[in-house]
Write a protein that binds this ligand. Structure first.
Ligand code: SF4
Length: 423
């Protein structure tokens, strides 16, 4: 439905794509609403919250670049940076500039530009444009007025409270998402199945520090009922779950399967117009190695695509010691070897691994990485991948890109940059 008045046009229940694709232009997924004025274009989710925004003026950095708002109420800037370079770096056709400290490798950010800061200010005020359209009687039809009223209620204060409400439901923050969630444009429903992690490594900036604990079935189901109410109408736009927090696999395959089954019913995910359900979970080398073939059979038979991301960090003992990661290099190597086996053997499971990069790490780190990859993968294998995560505070762009290219040039496994991105 498309309506216009003077210089403002709005369209309700616009249809985006219902399968995720890697394309070199901005695409939207699921259903969304849109308001376009001479000054800006804003797209809203089905709850009426602003999701994407850009100014239509000539001083906006690039017509294909947008601000995107997350569930945590952060506005990110999606930059193209010359599409092919961005793809080679991240596996995606855009680079997200984040408004909080992370391991970004580019000095400066478009978020500092006056025009982008104006855009963020204006995006916070877009609810008043929706209210004005309603107030002037320019929206016809009950369903249309109800949709516009939803857009008109999200003042900046209410949006802030909403992200706090989500944290209260999860009883946790999500300081980092698995890198593979890029395959679904980071559109995941977070469900916390456990707390803490097995290692509490010295170098890690995202750990909660909480004691390791698996949440009970009752806690998980209660969380799902509250998430159902929280996502409301916009549930229809989701087909993916992130089963957190830092080592979801350590909660046990039984807990993961129970959670997926409960989510399927409580969140009524069969209504999703997307073709399949995706599950994302972090693992440690230890929780991954403790899974039996029967566990992988169960995950493979869940009827969804399961993505497991393992924090390997390094195959070099001096580096693991330097990082204060209480794990042996042989454990990391065994987990990588198993990762290759599982990727080959299970069509509905895809495993990726994370390794660190940084100029302060021992020289032996990169050598061990190259040696292990070449030893265990005699030729290129297209499934899974290795993500290179710059150590926070050690994000020298040239250094990181050269390290990534060393790995890519082995031509054994897909390798991309991993940016620490929160929910
Ligand atoms: S790197 Fe992973 S296992 Fe280590 S402290 Fe951080 S979250 Fe926990």
């Amino acid at each position: 439905m498309d309506n216009s008045c003077e210089d403002t046009r709005f369209a309700l229940w616009e249809k985006g794509l219902f399968s995720y694709k890697k394309v070199s232009y901005p695409v939207r997924y699921g259903w969304f609403h849109e308001i376009v004025t001479r000054r800006f274009t804003c797209q809203f989710n089905l709850n009426g919250e602003p999701r994407f925004f850009k100014l239509n003026s000539n001083d906006w950095p690039h017509p294909a670049e947008w601000l995107g708002r997350t569930l945590g109420n952060d506005w990110l800037y999606h930059a193209t940076l010359g599409y092919s370079d961005t793809f080679s770096l991240t596996g995606e056709y855009y680079y997200p500039f984040l408004p909080y400290p992370s391991n970004n490798i580019f000095p400066g950010s478009p978020l500092g530009l006056p025009v982008v800061r104006d855009g963020i200010r204006m995006a916070g005020n877009v609810y008043s444009v929706a209210a004005s359209l309603l107030g002037q009687g320019l929206v016809y039809g009950d369903a249309e007025r109800a949709a516009m009223a939803r857009m008109a209620r999200w003042s900046p204060g209410r949006l802030r409270k909403r992200s706090q409400e989500l944290r209260a439901i999860l009883k946790a923050t999500v300081p980092v998402l698995p890198p593979d969630t890029r395959h679904v444009a980071y559109d995941v429903i977070p469900v916390m199945v456990m707390e803490g992690c097995l290692f509490n490594c010295g170098f890690c900036q995202v750990k909660s520090g909480a004691d390791f604990r698996v949440r009970t079935r009752h806690e998980i189901e209660e969380q799902l009922y509250r998430l159902r109410d929280f996502f409301g109408e916009d549930l229809l736009n989701y087909c993916s779950l992130f089963l957190g927090q830092h080592d979801g696999l350590a909660a046990g395959v039984e807990t993961l399967c129970l959670t997926v089954d409960a989510a399927w019913h409580i969140l009524d995910m069969k209504r999703s117009p997307f073709p399949r359900l995706n599950i994302f979970v972090f693992a440690s080398a230890r929780s991954f190695l403790s899974c039996s073939p029967g566990d992988f059979d169960r995950l493979n038979g869940l009827g969804c695509q399961v993505y497991i991301n393992i924090g390997l960090e390094s195959f070099d003992q001096p580096t693991l010691d330097y990082l204060k990661k209480p794990m042996g290099a042989c454990e990391a190597r065994d987990a990588f070897s198993r990762m290759i086996e599982v990727n080959r053997g299970y069509s509905n499971i895809e495993i990726s691994g994370n390794v660190l990069i940084g100029p302060s790490l021992p020289d032996s780190h990169m050598d061990a990485l190259e040696e292990t990859v070449c030893d265990l993968l005699p030729s290129y294998y297209p499934k899974g991948g290795l993500y290179i995560s710059p150590v926070q505070g050690e994000t020298r762009k040239r250094w990181v890109i050269e390290g990534l290219h060393r790995l890519k040039n082995l031509r054994r496994i897909d390798s991309f940059l991993y940016l620490i991105r929160r929910l």
